[in-house]
Design a protein around this ligand. Structure first.
Ligand SMILES: [Zn+2]
Length: 313
């Protein structure tokens, strides 16, 4: 099994300069530098410019143009340019630009921009939903670099939250792949199985538990395949492969999983071409794991759903 490569949201190139996050003097100087670029994010969206159908780039503000909001340091590139994120209402889009989400443009952005956008959305989502101390309810104060907050009443420090989730491609002894349709998904969308890691559980244990819960299949030989941040709102998708020993029948609850089936490579391709199923979009780790099993890129996309979608699918 080769490791997953080119995951859309795992491509960041900007140095996070973590040692600068508490350096107030350095941060103030960076914010005063007109070369500094600010990415404004709200509700998981930022302004982007479409050069053509294939290439998209982020639209940055200067510090002077940036609206007021919670500010956080994203990093510094090889040319010394410093990047900040700000969680605030988006500025009016200049001509040729519009607001877009990571799902929409994650695969179209260059490596630098994909990493900056992913980092900024993850931090903005945390700031937007973790505004008060969990111990006593006092409004917290972000630290100068925006990567932690402090409660002024009891002095406790609070850090960004990431929820680990597992997503796994299960194969049977004939090397067929298990694909399922979530009951909440419309139409013909199918994907591999996924679920959140529970407290006190290893990722591998979560793989075994989730596959059994969703399909009654007991898996062995759980192997890590790669990971991708999925800040929608705060997941880290941990990709795995797992094997299902022979002689097991699929059983689905029909409440969470509507149906699940084994697909050989030929059957998968035939089902896609007959438009009987639709695979997850290229931005997802699910798509990459399926294609790594299949051996090459597959046709078929699923159009962007509106509303909440299960993690990483
Ligand atoms: Zn407190």
């Amino acid at each position: 099994m080769t490791p997953l490569e080119s995951l859309a949201l795992s491509r960041g190139t900007v140095d996070r300069v973590t040692h600068r996050r508490s350096d107030k003097q350095w941060l103030d100087a960076a914010w005063a530098d007109p070369r500094t670029r600010v990415l404004v994010v709200t509700g998981g969206r930022a302004l982007v410019r479409f050069d053509d159908d294939e290439h998209v780039e982020l639209v940055f503000s200067s510090p002077a143009e940036a609206p007021p909001g919670v500010r956080f340091l994203l990093g510094q590139d090889a040319d010394g340019v410093v990047y900040f994120g700000v969680s605030a209402d988006l500025p009016a889009p200049p001509p040729g630009t519009r607001a877009a989400s990571l799902r929409e443009v994650g695969v179209l952005l260059g490596d630098r921009d994909a990493g900056l956008f992913t980092h900024a959305v993850a931090l903005a989502n945390w700031h937007d939903t973790h505004t008060h101390c969990p111990l006593d309810g006092t409004p917290t104060i972000p630290d100068p670099g925006g990567h932690s907050t402090r409660c002024p009443a009891d002095g406790t420090e609070h850090f960004p939250r990431t929820d680990p989730a597992v997503i796994m491609l299960v194969t049977d002894p004939d090397d067929r792949c298990l694909l399922a349709r979530n009951a909440a998904w419309p139409g013909r969308r199918v994907s591999i199985l996924a679920g959140f890691v529970e407290p006190g559980e290893s990722a591998e244990q979560a793989v075994i538990r989730e596959v059994a819960e969703e399909t009654q299949i007991k898996v062995t030989n759980v192997r890590y395949a790669g990971s991708q941040p999925w800040p929608m709102p705060r997941s880290l998708m941990l990709g795995f492969r797992a094997e299902a020993p022979a002689g097991q029948a699929i059983g689905v609850d029909r409440e969470e999983i509507a149906e699940a089936h084994w697909f050989s490579r030929d059957e998968l391709l035939a089902a896609i071409e007959a438009r009987e199923i639709v695979l997850p979009p290229p931005v997802s780790i699910a798509r990459h794991i399926i294609e790594s099993w299949f051996g090459e890129p597959l046709p078929s996309t699923w159009t962007e759903p509106q509303g909440p979608v299960p993690p990483g699918r």
